[in-house]
Design a protein around this ligand. Structure first.
Ligand code: SF4
Length: 280
């Protein structure tokens, strides 16, 4: 059995959290540049130019690309042949603490969601999702999720009668209503099937894929492309100022469901689209 000390995770997770706030992966930059080039609305083009330049400055000066540096969300895929020595969640939270403090990233987490809403002052705790998988590998996907786009997310318990047409309508109407709030051009993660909580998790997991990476099932891949086109026809545009680039990508994850259910979760990500995979 492979042994990994929990403390070994602190350095790589801390580095990933800072990198996703400063650097833009090549494929996201390419999507933003493509949007800038193809945008038909003048105001939209102006926004995209600012977004691209902001990314370049953030990377060069090691500054956060947005004042909202997000709540840390970490997906842990733990191989069954790996033994983690020490408390893993403590180590992940220590990584968040160090990353946000040393990287001058805004601390955006409140300890109690309803009553006193006092800032925890170190951006902890992270939201951690664990999954056991076969093998000897430990994979982590580290994300920083801003509130503007997270607030524009939902779970809808559709009935099977809604079908493909009803599901498409629900997604497009929801994105259109969200308008400028999630900071378009957005990435739309959809979780279809499972039950209420799994659909939400699938939608978040879909956001962790690479730009343009289609679902391996050709029916869902086609639906991703059709939805992307339909969303871009709404005219919301970059930052809601009108145009043809409302979304950069749509991704679907699905799971079997009950005969009487058709859960649909819509998790929107803003144009920052901050996440990174680490394999240990
Ligand atoms: S939604 Fe994204 S771009 Fe908009 S303020 Fe939040 S983190 Fe920044």
């Amino acid at each position: 059995m492979r042994k990994i000390k929990a403390s070994e995770l602190i350095g790589p997770v801390k580095q990933a959290l800072q990198e996703i706030n400063f650097d833009t992966p090549a494929e996201t930059m390419e999507s933003l540049r493509r949007a800038w080039k193809t945008e038909v609305s003048e105001a939209g083009r102006g926004v995209l130019e600012d977004i691209v330049k902001n990314r370049e400055i953030a990377a060069k000066k090691r500054l956060a690309m947005c004042q909202d540096t997000g709540m840390a969300v970490i997906f842990v895929e733990l191989g069954q042949e790996v033994h983690i020595e020490g408390p893993i969640e403590e180590a992940l939270n220590e990584a968040v603490r160090q990353a946000y403090e040393e990287g001058y990233l805004r601390k955006s987490v409140v300890a109690d969601p309803l009553f006193d809403r006092k800032n925890t002052r170190d951006n902890t705790p992270a939201i951690v999702h664990f999954r056991l998988v076969p093998g000897e590998q430990l994979k982590l996907i580290v994300a920083a999720k801003g509130a503007g786009s997270e607030n524009m997310s939902t779970v809808k318990m559709l009935t099977p009668a809604a079908g493909v047409a009803g599901l498409k309508r629900a997604v497009v109407e929801f994105v259109e209503q969200a308008g400028p709030n999630p900071c378009p051009p957005i990435v739309v993660g959809l979780g279809i099937g499972g039950d209420l909580e799994l659909a939400a998790l699938l939608a978040k997991r879909a956001l962790m894929r690479k730009m343009g990476q289609r679902n391996p099932d050709p029916r869902y891949a086609k639906l991703e492309e059709e939805l992307l086109e339909a969303i871009n026809r709404t005219g919301v545009g970059p930052q809601g100022l009108g145009g043809i680039n409302t979304a950069m990508d749509v991704r679907i994850e699905y799971f079997p469901t009950h005969i009487a259910e058709l859960p649909l979760a819509i998790n929107i990500d803003c144009h920052l689209h901050r996440h990174k995979e680490i394999v240990i």
